[in-house]
Design a protein around this ligand. Structure first.
Ligand code: FES
Length: 117
């Protein structure tokens, strides 16, 4: 059971079918931009902007559970947000995702600290 339920803010973001396999879409909610991914491990959400420079990851390449930034090729682990290769060194924020009845919900109030050990 989710003991943090009262702190969660689950928002209906999109239909699962809106995101191709091994791809992502951008999603905007209350002035903030998110990336929502469809990977072999399921659906995930992170901040949309690369942590290196102000570059959207929307046109990045998804391979397995890694997103490669389209500008300089920095890579992040989609599941954890962890920065994997230069020039990125700061992790992406991640957000809990759940799928119900073909819809993807994002808990926008629970940004994960991707830098956890
Ligand atoms: Fe993303 Fe440089 S802006 S790696």
């Amino acid at each position: 059971m989710d003991t943090n339920l009262s702190m969660s803010t689950w928002i209906d973001a999109c239909a699962t079918e809106e995101i191709d396999e091994e791809d992502l879409i951008s999603w905007h909610h209350e002035g903030k931009a998110y990336a929502i991914y469809n990977t072999e491990k399921g659906f995930f959400a992170t901040d949309l902007m690369c942590t290196h420079e102000a570059q959207s990851l929307e046109d990045g390449i998804v391979v397995d559970c890694v997103i490669e930034c389209p500008l300089h090729g920095g890579r992040f682990d989609i599941c954890s947000g962890r920065a994997l290769s230069a020039p990125v060194s700061k992790d992406l924020a991640t957000y809990p995702v759940r799928v119900e009845n073909g819809r993807v919900f994002v808990d926008v109030a629970s940004a994960g600290d991707a830098g956890r050990p």
